[in-house]
Design a protein around this ligand. Structure first.
Ligand SMILES: Cc1ncc(COP(=O)(O)O)c(C=O)c1O
Length: 409
């Protein structure tokens, strides 16, 4: 077996240098079991990041992997010009659980690809070219989705298309900025947004926010594309985060937790919008039987184990614990989020971001056997996005160790 130093060196030697990593001495993970990870030295970690909101149903969950293994041993792939059962079952199942009248789906491989496809569909349906996104957004790494991404560190391409407007994510400003764009430019196909901005720092809009936006967009015939790549599948206490806002988007995108570690993504739209997508399109691996079997098993698991309520209940407990720490430490500026998608922003006396402190907290927690995430424009927001199968004792343990880490770092 390779040592962790050798793995790190080979990563530096053979992968592209654009790929960053957390920790000065990153652990090499060799095994996962529900909310726990194990490294090559046998050390156990409580996972509080879930591979960026992917492993909502837990690592190597046997109720899911058994079904995936059965499909893997039966039929792996034929591509979607042929008929298979799992993909139609999944599409039907999604139409039953998606908000409102979202009905037809297109399956692909990643969140970026789903958002790219959603924007293509919006252009085809409306015959319009441009898009509006929120500042602090992240929608992907393809050309169009990177152009829809406002976070500077995720805009690597120096030649991005200029078909995008960005409006403030601040509740008091979004609406008026949107309206002034819509008044002067009639070539807008869609507004694309994350209901809770993940990479932007768990930015959580107030109740009513998206309803006002939806009303305005409707007046101008502009579609709403809701990016649920990070927020979907019970993470926030509802199956989809937009349900907290009582709004039905025109197109919704999803990935990550849909496959619980198996690559799958989709964009879904109303029958009317989907009907406009008649020019040929296909994704070689999209709707692959193994990925669809995994997604069906995920939906079964979420329902059977009531993960929405679990995320809501445990999220409330975690929120309470984090608020106590906010009262205790002046550098904890804000705790925000919904369900088990929570963020804790660290800032100094002059409200300046504290990314070094954030890193120090992560390092300390790693020593204590806890894997935590971070995000935000200045990388100063601790991100709590565990598998939804954690329990109260896990939250107690995290809160206790976090308290010490905040004090000492
Ligand atoms: C909200 C959101 N949209 C899109 C993406 C891109 O997804 P992927 O990395 O699967 O292409 C991400 C990835 O973190 C995301 O958080």
């Amino acid at each position: 077996m390779l040592s962790s130093e050798e793995v790190l060196q080979m990563r530096r030697d053979y992968l592209m240098p654009c790929l960053g990593y957390f920790y000065k001495e990153p652990p090499v993970f060799v095994r996962g079991e529900m909310q726990y990870l194990y490294d090559d030295k046998g050390k156990k970690y409580l996972d509080f990041f879930a591979g960026v909101s992917v492993m909502n149903c837990g690592h190597s969950n046997p109720e899911i992997t058994d079904k995936v293994a059965r499909q893997l041993g039966t039929l792996q792939h034929v591509t979607n010009v042929y008929l298979t059962q799992p993909v139609v079952e999944l599409a039907k199942r999604l139409s039953e659980v998606l908000p409102g009248n979202l009905h037809n789906s297109f399956f692909c491989m990643s969140g970026s690809e789903a958002n790219e496809g959603a924007m293509l569909l919006a252009r085809i349906y409306t015959g319009k070219r441009k898009f509006i996104a929120l500042d602090r957004s992240l929608h992907g790494r393809t050309n169009l989705t990177m152009a829809a991404t406002s976070i500077p560190m995720w805009r690597a391409d120096p030649f991005l298309p200029e078909d995008f407007y960005f409006v403030s994510h601040s509740p008091g400003e979004t609406l008026s900025e949107l309206e002034s764009i819509l008044r002067k430019d009639s070539d807008i196909a869609a507004f694309i947004f994350e209901p809770i901005q993940g990479n932007g720092g768990i930015i959580t809009p107030p109740d009513g926010y998206f309803k006002e936006i939806a009303g305005l967009l409707k007046n101008y015939g502009v579609l709403m594309i809701c990016d649920e790549v990070q927020t979907g599948f019970a993470r926030t206490g509802k199956l989809f985060a937009i349900e907290h806002y009582d709004v039905v988007p025109d197109i919704m995108t999803m990935s990550k937790a849909l496959g619980n570690g198996i690559p799958i993504a989709a964009f879904s739209a109303t029958r009317e919008i989907a009907a406009s997508f008649i020019s040929p399109s296909a994704s070689t691996l999209g709707g692959n039987p193994v990925a669809c079997a995994s997604a069906l098993a995920v939906l079964d698991y979420i329902e059977k184990h009531d993960l929405c309520n679990r995320a809501k209940k445990l999220g409330a407990l975690l929120y309470e614990k984090l608020l106590l720490l906010k009262e205790k430490y002046s550098f904890v500026r804000e705790v925000r989020g919904k369900g088990l998608m929570l963020g804790m922003e660290l800032t100094g006396e002059g409200k300046e971001p504290l990314p070094a402190k954030t890193d120090a907290v992560l390092e300390q927690l790693k020593e204590d056997g806890i894997i935590l995430g971070k995000n935000g424009l200045s990388r100063n927001v601790l991100a709590f996005q565990p598998p939804l199968v954690i329990d109260e004792a896990d939250i107690e343990y995290l809160a206790e160790k976090l308290d010490i880490a905040l004090k000492n770092s």
